[in-house]
Design a protein around this ligand. Structure first.
Ligand code: UT7
Length: 326
């Protein structure tokens, strides 16, 4: 079995910033409520002309450049998103064309906020088996388009962005362990009811605002606190490591209180837990690669470090990965 490492990273962030103060003017909320309940200070919102594909192109091109890989040499492209440009064709196929990745297979992967780690682990299987040697994994979202801007329970949480990584075989280190899981019984706690085959788009579904994210925040909170730490521990177990070995923990950036609880469960000091949700809010599939990119940029990750990624989200689903940084 070959080992898989991350050879390049890239991101794309829309220019428009929406602050908590801006939200005070839009709905019945306060800057203080959002900051103290979530840790979020501002988020990015895509321009009217921007699509998820645009974010994928920029993040993907940057990751390929960082890895020194020509798009024509990619074997596979995976786009993790809940906000594809269209239900089909897959955004990954549109990206394959725009990048000029003429030899790549491509598919979208839908695992909510766990999507990027699901994608990373999936891509790594093709490399481990020897089938493929260069895989591009992108987590990209324009959540602002499926957010109900009249629902204060959800609209203060989400933001737009994308992050991408290139996976290639490595001699040592790389992906050492993972844990993927799901609990569909809790799927109704976080969903977007209409627009699929169950409730096709109609005047009625639009009038009932069923094309927006619906969430039972308390239920998702309780699930998240359990799932994120537990997934990280299982992935560490597979890697034959313990939480003492973690150099940096990069959790899904949903809520500071959830992240703090997961950090406590793993017995980690604050400096080993990475957080950038104050700037971007919850960007779902993009949150972990955005955080990973910034952690590397800030010099928080060095060669040989044990980095643990852990996410949770719609499904309900969870995904963790342990990586020895190359
Ligand atoms: O990526 C996965 C996606 N989802 C998540 O990660 C979400 C997980 N859940 C959470 O992060 C938290 O549950 C929330 C941030 C969504 C909510 O925080 P909470 O501490 O669980 O608040 P709550 O839902 O218990 O609401 C407390 C109060 C309620 O008022 P009453 O009923 O006590 O009078 C809400 O109506 O806060 C009210 N409230 C707000 N007030 C001001 C809810 N949203 C707002 C708001 N501004 N934006």
């Amino acid at each position: 079995m070959r080992r898989t490492g991350i050879s390049g990273l890239g991101i794309s962030i829309p220019d428009k910033v929406l602050t908590n103060r801006d939200l005070e003017k839009m709905i019945d909320t306060t800057e203080e409520w959002i900051r103290t309940r979530t840790g979020i200070l501002e988020r990015r919102i895509a321009g009217d002309e921007q699509t998820t594909l645009d974010l994928c192109i920029e993040a993907g091109e940057n990751a390929l450049k960082d890895a020194g890989v020509d798009a024509a040499n990619l074997d596979l492209i995976i786009v993790a998103t809940v906000t594809p440009d269209m239900l089909f064709p897959a955004t990954a196929c549109l990206l394959q064309d725009k990048l000029g990745a003429k030899n790549a297979a491509a598919f979208d992967l839908e695992a909510g906020c766990s999507g990027f780690v699901y994608g990373l682990v999936t891509g790594a299987q093709y490399i481990s088996s020897g089938a493929y040697s260069r895989v591009l994994v992108v987590g990209a979202e324009i959540l602002s388009r499926i957010t109900d801007w009249e629902d204060r329970n959800t609209c203060v949480l989400f933001g737009d962005g994308a992050g991408a990584c290139v996976l290639e075989p490595v001699e040592k280190g790389g992906l050492l362990g993972f844990d993927l899981g799901s609990d569909g019984a809790g799927g109704h706690f976080l969903d977007l009811p209409a627009g699929g085959s169950r409730l096709p788009a109609s005047r009625d579904t639009v009038a009932r605002r069923l094309h927006y994210i619906r969430m039972d925040g308390n239920q998702v909170f309780k699930f998240a606190v359990k799932a994120m730490g537990r997934a990280a521990l299982k992935a560490l177990d597979m890697a034959k490591l313990s939480s003492d070995d973690i150099d940096l923990f990069i959790p899904h950036q949903a809520n500071k209180r959830i992240i703090d609880a997961a950090g406590r469960k793993l017995g980690l000091p604050e400096e080993k837990v990475f957080m950038n949700l104050e700037k971007y809010g919850n960007t779902s599939g993009a949150s972990i690669p955005l955080a990973l990119y910034e952690a590397v940029g800030e010099g928080r990750i060095n060669q040989g470090d044990i980095v643990v990624l852990s996410g949770f989200g719609a499904g309900l689903s969870w995904a963790a990965a342990v990586i020895e940084w190359n």
